[in-house]
Design a protein around this ligand. Structure first.
Ligand SMILES: NC(=O)c1ccc[n+]([C@@H]2O[C@H](COP(=O)([O-])OP(=O)(O)OC[C@H]3O[C@@H](n4cnc5c(N)ncnc54)[C@H](OP(=O)(O)O)[C@@H]3O)[C@@H](O)[C@H]2O)c1
Length: 279
């Protein structure tokens, strides 16, 4: 790691991504930032100097992602830290979310991220160092009612990150799966409600809507502090595979962890009873 390193951040026009870009620039790094529309980036970051490289990129297009990453390497000569940040939540109960809605969420949160990794790794692996930071969610560790499809996409991000962590060990490339709790961003503005609302869930939806009204704008997480932490993690010698951000996510992860342990202990005898009894 040195201050001349190049960061590549997706979904950077607002929220967590924008804060990461700002903090990385403040720290002196060179930053390539992608958004669906380049204007939304240049509107946010006036930096005209050659340390900032804004790009439009469509996460659903492998060619577009390849082109964007190649142009970053052409522009800056290298790429060191990839932050897969772009993502949104599809809301709706499992029975409600349509096939099209579920696939669209996975297209951005999972397949877009996979494609960025596939196209960036030849550079990171080739130079023998780098860091892939995947923005997952506390929902990638424990799912809640109404967010099953979104959480499933973040569980996929967890699986990809864990495997990649081991795959990249011989090549000196770090991998971190970040699990934010609630942060005050445009997350709820980007959220998509299912178009297939079913009557049996109407009361639950009404309750969630009411709860969201008092929650939005009061999420405990500060996205600027999250960005500062990610810079510290990047600069550390042994960055973690798992990073929870925010006291809410941290607490609920411990609860899930204890629940899994309780079930494992309670059902241990049966769980391990399925082996062959070979001598
Ligand atoms: N805020 C939270 O409470 C929270 C909690 C857990 C996890 N996260 C995760 O953190 C990441 C950043 O989210 P955020 O909180 O900063 O939300 P945000 O303010 O809505 O920003 C999300 C970014 O993702 C991109 N994005 C949103 N919808 C998209 C779509 N349909 N297609 C393609 N790109 C899309 C946008 O990029 P452009 O508009 O620039 O193209 C946007 O800049 C996401 O992966 C989210 O799942 C957030």
């Amino acid at each position: 790691m040195n201050r001349n390193d190049v960061w590549f951040v997706t979904g950077a026009s607002k929220g967590l991504g924008l804060n990461i870009v700002k903090e990385a620039l403040k720290a002196g790094y060179r930053v390539a930032a992608t958004s669906r529309t380049v204007e939304s980036l240049t509107k946010e970051i006036s930096e005209t100097e050659d340390r900032f490289y804004p790009l439009s990129m469509d996460l659903s297009s492998e060619e577009d992602i390849k082109r964007a990453i190649e142009s970053v390497v052409e522009h800056f000569g290298q790429i060191d830290c990839v932050v897969n940040n772009a993502g949104y939540a599809q809301y709706g109960y499992i029975e409600e979310v349509t096939d099209q809605e579920a696939r669209a969420d996975f297209e951005v949160n999972v397949f877009g991220l996979l494609s960025v990794i596939r196209n960036a790794l030849p550079y990171l692996r080739g130079q023998g160092h780098g860091h892939i930071i995947n923005i997952s969610s506390k929902g990638g560790f424990h799912a809640g009612a109404g967010t099953g499809v979104y959480c499933a996409s973040k569980y996929a991000v967890e699986g990809i990150s864990e495997a990649l962590y081991f795959e990249m060990q011989p090549f000196g490339v770090h991998v971190t799966a970040v699990k934010p709790g609630g942060f005050r961003t445009n997350f709820y503005g980007s959220l998509k409600m299912t178009k297939n609302l079913l009557e049996p869930y109407a009361e639950m939806h009404a309750r969630t809507e009411e709860a969201n009204k008092s929650y939005i704008g009061h999420q405990p997480g500060n996205p600027q502090k999250a960005a500062e932490v990610l810079l510290q993690v990047y600069e550390s010698e042994n960055p973690p595979l798992h990073l929870f951000l925010g006291s809410d996510g941290y607490k609920s992860a411990i609860k899930k962890y204890n629940e899994v342990k309780r079930d494992m202990d309670e059902w241990k005898a049966l769980a391990i009873s399925t082996d062959y009894q070979d001598e």
